[in-house]
Write a protein of this length. Sequence first.
Length: 636
Amino acid sequence: MADDEDAGAGIVSALGGALAAQPSYWTGAGAAAWAATLDTERDGIQALLRAAGPASSAARAYAAAVDGIQREAATQIRLLDEAQHTVSRSYLDSVDSPPTESQVRRRERDHADAATQLTSARSALGRLADQRRAADDALVASVTGSLPSSWPAERAAFLAFGIAHPERLSAAEIDHRVDDFLETLDARGRSYTAAEASALLVFAQRGELSPERVLALLTAHPTLARKLSAVDPAVVAEWWRGLDDPAAPDTASPSHSAAQLKLVKALPEVLGNLDGVAYWARDQANQATLTARLDWTKAEIARMEAEGAPYGSYLMSQYIRRLDELRVDKASCEDVIGAIEMGESSGSITRQLISFSRDSPPLGAVSIGDLDTASNVTYMVPGMGSSTKYMSGWVGPAQNLYDKQSNLMGQGNHAVVAWIGYTSPPLPSLGNPDLGVLLGGYAEDGAQRLIADLSALTTTRRDTLTALNVVGHSYGTTVASRALAEADLGVASFVSVASAGIERWIPNVNAIHATHVYAEQAKDVLLVGVGDNTARYGRLFSGRADPMQDDFGAERMNADGVSGDRERQGVNTHSATRDLEHPEEFGYFDKKTESLDNIGLATTGRGDEASRYTTPPLTPFEEGLLNSNGNPGVAG
């Protein structure tokens, strides 16, 4: 107790000094702000001071109780062993020479005493187990009673104990904890923690909160609903699966229960990007959010145009900036809608909007194929200049790859995701000389986002996903290779297409977590010639490595086409697909190209059938350089 008092006195002295740490000569706005902060925090700090002694005493009492229980348990276990040995020995001794009458009576007494001791020891161990549970509960009760009920830390600890040890809680205790939790939510008002959001889902998954009650809580507390994004996707997935309709047939298709549909309708912005929620639900939520955002953006543009620009150069520049931002948002929303509707109107496989962010312009991802049931899934990561403003320009290549996979493995059992889930480096220009494509910042952010999305997929699908593939184009290879070097996500194949370079700290394919690593690059021309003369400069000026080099170790595939074969054309541009104004060009994901054939084979487990890379001949320009200088210039 003396130690407790000394510790408490020390805390009081230190924090008391902090409360008074405002010198008399300090005046002005800073001093006023500090004084206001002290007034705000004073009650909380004083509550902590009051709690220090009781909490320390409770911890000491708990340690003493557990120590005593352990000593007594050791004694009872020893007595139990001795009794069991005595009982066993009394029977074993009986097989020796016939005992005398006095020996028989002694053995009977020993046997009876041992049986009594056996029962007593077992009973004592049962009581000690009850005492240990009581000591645990006493500690939790003491700590939770020491701090103010408004403090989230003690509530999180209280709930964590109940969640971690559900076997120790009676029905009445569970009800008490849920009621206490609900009272805490109402008392908190606006500030919530990820622990409380997680506890809400755990209570719901255990059946202690009905779906209707969860919906009411989330709609009544929007900030709590937004905290769901910080909850472990595995917890979210268990909760969401627990809402499945039990009357639905046992098929691979989602049940779309009434509770799930109500949640999607009530909380589209929350569920649309919530990792762990089924993708059909995310699609419905995101499409509702997309429509609402487009309507709001159109209305805001109309309002600003009707009001006109304000006077003053600064206000004018802000007006123009905001109006341009809204117009980009509008174009992005319209193009995402067009990309989704294009698939539906053409009669192709259903397209799902599996993510759609609040960024400006928004980030997003469209799945071609059912991401809830597909056994083979391929994520396509784009390069510089990609944006949802041009979503259809990335969904088109994804559709081409999906169709190629269908030809190779059959219809309906796979999906390809056109992923624009990161802010890509812009195309450098005189008006925007951003050289981020040569640096690693965009790739670092993109890699973390890609890791999160791929991890969420494997968590949501559990053990029903057979193969996960990743395809990167240009700077997308920099993003994807970084993600797969940092995290082992169970990827079957990684395909690097026209790479802008792999970070040097990734020395070779052994540092990339993928069963197979493929690379392809069209003819690497210098300055002029038929081929791809863009990817080279991304690697050259960034200093990043070329995955087509022998020492990197990738399985290299050909992309230059087969002479005379119109079904296996060669790639002659850096683009993903050709520009309609240049029908003579073929991009890496265009139909009837050797490149798309090989990517399709690599992402369906048939990479060994892909055509292998052969060194292309020099262009006339390169031959001229070689003849005049003795070398062909910069190596690819």
